[in-house]
Design a protein around this ligand. Structure first.
Ligand SMILES: Nc1nc2c(ncn2[C@@H]2O[C@H](COP(=O)(O)OP(=O)(O)OP(=O)(O)O)[C@@H](O)[C@H]2O)c(=O)[nH]1
Ligand SMILES: [Mg+2]
Length: 304
């Protein structure tokens, strides 16, 4: 399956909702009267795209209708989304000398462990060697979960005991990554609420521990956000960013929601690049984020 088709399939719930509703509004009132424009705004907002973006799309639609009477709402929306998300996609940072160290953070259940494994799978597909570190020593079965994923995607997992100091395991894993000359080390961490000070301190400790070994590590701090949690995801991101200095976002579970517009709201509000999106539960369901493809997958009239 091509990359774009993956995007299309994963975002189908949001796309179908938009296509159905926009088509209904435009068909009923091609000249787009005030009521229709209001309805259009409500539909856009219902996908969590954010009020500012919804208003901009509606304003442009109104202007286009005034000028020509012929309006392609989909094209207007695509252009606006692309403009807001920025033209270029942001790849992963690469350390000048390997290993590139990626720390994966987020609240409970957002998809950290699966995204860690999917990212390893993707990096391997690009010809890299990858080592995983099981630094969630807290949740029952978290270590086994990562080990199973490790087998699935063909990556070794460095792990310790439950209850062990996650910073010490991160340090050992980095040492192992250096000794084995791997290209990437990806560190899975325990789910933590952004409001819990001691848990956020633990993240910082992990960070310092890595820096003792490699001063520039971690090279990426990826925050995993669950798209189905709406504005909560935004609040989480703000707090994590303040404490940790997040370098990129992974927005997961977009396949399970009709509120995929949240990606736009997140990117605009936080100014942190969305680097990957999760579009399913399989190893190859994590895709590098591409603003143009995203806009095209979301706003398309027919379901071809
Ligand atoms: N449909 C779908 N499910 C996902 C996606 N990403 C993760 N999941 C599912 O979400 C659930 C939680 O994923 P985990 O990776 O265990 O989440 P976590 O953040 O590591 O959870 P904790 O370690 O408990 O904090 C699992 O059932 C995953 O299969 C996605 O992009 N799409
Ligand atoms: Mg986990």
């Amino acid at each position: 399956m091509g990359l774009f088709q993956k995007f299309r399939d994963g975002l189908r719930k949001t796309q179908q909702k938009l296509a159905t509703e926009i088509t209904r509004i435009v068909t009923r009132a091609p000249k787009l009267d005030a009521d229709s424009l209001e309805e259009l705004e409500a539909v856009l907002i219902s996908t969590d795209i954010g009020i500012d973006t919804a208003v901009k799309i509606v304003e442009q639609t109104k202007e286009a209708a005034r000028q020509s009477g012929q309006v392609d709402v989909f094209a207007i929306a695509r252009a606006e989304i692309e403009r807001e998300l920025g033209v270029s996609s942001h790849g992963l940072v690469k350390a000048p000398t390997p290993p590139t160290v990626i720390l994966v953070a987020g609240v409970n259940g957002t998809g950290k462990t699966t995204s860690t494994a999917k990212l390893a799978h993707w990096l391997k597909g690009q010809g890299n060697t990858v080592l995983l570190a099981a630094c969630d020593t807290f949740r029952a079965a978290a270590i086994e979960q990562l080990k199973i994923w490790g087998q699935r995607v063909g990556c070794e997992v460095i792990a310790g005991q439950y209850g062990a100091d996650s910073a010490a395991i991160a340090y050992d894993a980095l040492e192992a990554a250096i000794n084995r000359h791997v290209d990437y080390l990806i560190i899975d961490t325990a789910g933590r609420l952004h409001t819990k000070k001691n848990l956020m301190e633990e993240m910082k400790k992990m960070h310092r521990s890595l820096q003792k070994k490699v001063p520039t590590a971690p090279h990426e701090i990826l925050l995993v956000l669950d798209s189905t949690t709406g504005s909560n995801a935004l609040n989480q991101a703000r707090e994590f960013h303040q404490t940790l200095g997040v370098t990129g976002l992974v927005v997961t579970k977009l396949d399970g929601t009709a509120k995929g517009g949240i990606v736009v709201a997140i990117a605009r509000e936080l100014k942190i690049p969305v680097k990957f999106i999760g579009l399913g539960e399989q190893a190859d369901d994590l895709q590098p984020f591409d603003p143009k493809q995203f806009a095209e997958a979301l706003f398309v009239e027919s379901d071809s």
